[in-house]
Design a protein around this ligand. Structure first.
Ligand code: CU
Length: 384
């Protein structure tokens, strides 16, 4: 894959090596001089390294906010759906309005475990009842993200949003604090492409995240990723309940302090992706925009019975992907973009491969691949 970006990356490496050689030479000369005269000559000149760093600035040239129009594409969706990839090549203003959700929801519908869930929903959209994970936002690098959050007067707690995609105080947290009945708006330039977490960062932040206040924002790169046939938004997260029995449970503060969740789930509740499996066809490429909301555990995201054909590690889509891996490590508060190619009809089982979490705590989902068998790739052989 010798595309332009790869070459630039190689130039960076070559430039960096040259810089090290030059710096070492200067340092040696300086030291020789220092033995005779001043300490000034012993300081290596930071020429090569800083030059390379500036030339390889990866943030886009910005068009002034005053010259931008409002984007007219779909920029939000509820899990596991993704808004379509952004096809325009100009910067725009992306407007998104969330309402804060405070509710009681079943976080294990099969056994009737309930919990007080807090989260976010698209303003005016009454389909989500649980609010967690929050909707996924999609924009393009260089866009101005004009975000409004409303905390309905019927709620009890103040909240806000820290976007890992936003450059500014607290990722916008300080400027988006809303008590019940309040609304706040920020405008933030999206400087880096990737898949990023957002979460409430008000007050006792772990408590707010433990109640479900998180989601993902995808910032498409200037040079689009190769196309995928299906795209999915999946968020891993943890619950710290004082019980896993039927009925309303409470937050277990000891478990939270000890980083010992009672549940680890995909898309907000146990069974979200097993009761409603994801689907693709043989011959297709499926792309996961995956966020690990934590709070505390790293995720070891693995597709049982398949591979990650491409992985943009840490969700950093400016950089080239690695190809053909098994389990991708997604830190708490991080994300990844990972592709699966459908080769044979099967049920691919998505797990956190710290398998206690998958088998006992809920970190499991299904991706059903439909199509014709291909015995050149897989077949079960009858015993003679
Ligand atoms: Cu909150």
């Amino acid at each position: 894959m010798k595309n332009e970006r790869t070459w630039r990356w190689e130039h960076f490496l070559i430039g960096g090596l040259a810089g090290v050689v030059i710096a070492l030479g200067l340092w040696t000369l300086g030291n020789l001089g220092a033995s005779e005269s001043s300490a000034q000559a012993a300081t290596p000149a930071p020429v090569a390294a800083s030059t390379v760093a500036w030339e390889d600035r990866i943030t886009p040239d910005l068009v002034s906010k005053s010259g931008l129009s409002v984007a007219d594409e779909v920029n939000v969706a509820n899990a596991p759906d993704m808004p379509p990839p952004i096809t325009r090549s100009e910067q725009r203003i992306v407007e998104v309005h969330f309402d804060v959700v405070e509710n009681v929801a079943a976080i294990d519908p099969a056994t009737g475990v309930e919990f007080e869930t807090w989260g976010y929903k698209i303003a005016g959209d009454d389909t989500p009842v649980i609010g967690t994970p929050g909707p996924v936002i999609r924009a393009r690098v260089g866009d101005v993200f004009r975000f409004t959050v409303t905390n309905p007067a019927s709620n009890t707690h103040p909240h806000n949003v820290d976007f890992h995609a936003v450059t500014g105080q607290g990722g916008g947290a300080e400027a988006t604090v809303v008590a019940p009945g309040e609304t706040a708006t920020i405008e933030a330039r999206l400087l880096y492409p990737g898949v990023f977490m957002y979460h409430c960062a008000f007050g006792d932040v772990p408590e707010h995240i433990a109640h479900g206040m998180y989601g993902g924002i995808v910032v498409d790169p200037e040079e689009p990723l190769p196309p995928a046939d299906k795209e999915f938004y999946v968020v891993q997260s943890e619950y710290y309940t004082d019980s896993v029995e039927e009925g309303l449970t409470e937050l277990d503060r000891d478990a939270l302090l000890n980083e010992h969740p009672s549940m680890v789930v995909f898309n907000g509740y146990k069974g979200a992706l097993t009761e409603n499996p994801l689907a693709m066809n043989v011959g297709e490429r499926a792309r996961f925009y995956f966020v690990n909301a934590g709070i505390d555990l790293d995720s070891n995201f693995h597709p049982i019975g398949s591979h990650w054909d491409a992985v943009w590690q840490e969700g950093a889509t400016y950089s080239p992907p690695i190809r053909g891996s098994q389990t991708t490590l997604v830190p708490a508060g991080g994300g990844v973009v990972a592709d699966i190619v459908g080769y044979v009809p099967s049920r691919i089982i998505l797990v956190d491969h710290a398998l206690t979490r998958a088998f006992y705590k809920g970190a499991i989902g299904f991706l059903d691949v439909a199509g014709n068998p291909n015995p050149e790739i897989f077949e079960a052989i009858e015993a003679p």
